[in-house]
Design a protein around this ligand. Structure first.
Ligand SMILES: *Cc1c(COP(=O)(O)O)cnc(C)c1O
Length: 397
């Protein structure tokens, strides 16, 4: 938790870890050391036995991890945070730390794909049953809760159509029953949405996305209470998804500018989503802060900004959509999101090697669907690029 709760996020991002400064260096050093020296036997015993000691052995903790955790906890409003080597490291650690054979868990029908596999494939192998519910249907979620339900996994907004989960409502259903809630806050990010303030217990992130923000590192974060962190850490040191000190340092460097990056990205993304809605070759645009979003009121109630990702469907098939994506000059055809460069994904093209158009449609992957992660290019340049690509792919409009 921040020592200075009155500071704005932009300030906390820069100064909340200052108390961990050891010397005169303005920029923290990278402690690129797997292990740390004890001065004597008493100190060695203290190092080995204190959970999350930042100077014992890097799988257990590292000074750079400690600094990033301080900043992340302040951002999400939790007591502390734990770093992992990837977003999936954070999600699998958070879930596996809390379940055992015989438990039941509830998750969404739509999740980040590897998260879905955790619930569909991995947990059942260990005797943990998952019920998947439509995330916009709180009544279905309530109906899925059982006496042995241990946790509820949430993700909002979620791929592919940026559908939302009502975090306040789910927290109010789970908490009185003693059921843990975990929310993946990767798409919105902590400046746009703070699940813990709405009653969610644990917030996880793929820090690979907007938190790192430069498409150059892979990392994950679990934001939680001190008591939860100790339990999570005990699972974490067994699973071993440990973030390298270099990537932790790059993440801290990325976080310093999160506020200005997201301010620009939120504004550009909303402007581009509104503009795309007016283009004749665009069939439908999905963005939480568009008034046309089916859960716009919920978006207003739980989000301060829409985040980097816009999804849209074009008035054409696989070929025309592919031509549009190929014609873009600024947005790079690559997965991931939330970084400085705009990225675009033709969702169906990811699967084109293994499924034909009919199979894609059956799998709920429309051939005309595009996911666009808005970067820091000037919004007018992005708009011009989208316009020329639409004109080339859809000359009839
Ligand atoms: C990318 C992503 C993940 C996985 O993160 P990695 O850092 O790639 O392991 C999890 N959830 C969401 C919503 C993501 O976008």
């Amino acid at each position: 938790m921040s020592d200075h709760p009155a500071w704005h996020a932009a300030t906390r991002l820069l100064h909340d870890d200052a108390a961990l400064n050891e010397d005169a260096a303005v920029v923290p050093p990278i402690h690129y050391s797997a292990t740390f020296r004890a001065r004597d036997a008493a100190e060695f015993a203290e190092m080995a036995n204190r959970p999350r000691h930042p100077r014992y052995y890097t799988r257990y903790g590292n000074p750079v991890h400690e600094r990033v955790a301080r900043v992340m906890a302040a951002l999400e409003g939790t007591e502390t945070a734990l770093l992992t080597a990837s977003g999936m490291g954070a999600i699998s650690t958070a879930v596996l730390a809390h379940v055992q054979a015989g438990d039941h868990v509830v998750a969404q029908t739509r999740h980040y794909m590897s998260t879905a596999k955790l619930f569909d494939e991995l947990l059942p192998r260990f005797g943990v049953q998952a019920t998947l519910v439509e995330q916009s249907d709180a009544a279905a979620l309530e109906a899925a809760l059982r006496p042995n339900t241990r946790l509820v996994m949430l993700e909002t907004p979620a791929n592919p159509t940026l559908v939302l989960t009502d975090l306040r409502t789910v927290a109010a259903l789970a908490r009185p029953r003693g059921i843990l809630t975990i929310a993946d806050n990767t798409f919105a990010g902590p400046l746009n949405q703070r699940p813990h303030e709405l009653g969610i217990d644990i917030v996880v992130h793929s820090a690979t996305k907007q938190l790192g923000g430069h498409h150059d590192l892979t990392a994950g974060v679990i934001c939680c209470s001190e008591a939860q962190a100790e339990r999570l850490w005990r699972t974490h040191i067994t699973l071993g998804a440990v973030l390298s000190p270099m990537d932790a340092w790059l993440l801290l460097r990325g976080l310093r500018t999160l506020d200005v990056r997201l301010e620009r990205i939120n504004a550009s993304a909303l402007a581009l989503a509104q503009w795309l809605e007016r283009q004749p070759a665009v069939e439908r645009v999905y963005y939480p802060l568009l008034e046309s979003h089916p859960q716009h009121a919920l978006a207003r109630a739980q989000m301060r900004g829409g985040g980097p990702v816009i999804a849209f469907a074009l008035r054409g098939g696989f070929e025309a959509t592919g031509r549009f994506v190929a014609a873009l000059e600024l947005a790079t055809h690559a997965v991931s999101l939330g970084g400085v460069e705009s990225l675009v994904v033709h969702t169906a093209a990811m699967w084109a090697g293994t499924m034909n158009e009919a199979q894609l449609a059956a799998a709920g992957i429309p051939p005309n669907f595009v996911r666009f992660s808005v970067g820091l290019e000037h919004p007018e340049d992005l708009k011009r690029d989208l316009a020329q690509a639409l004109a080339r792919a859809f000359p009839e409009h």
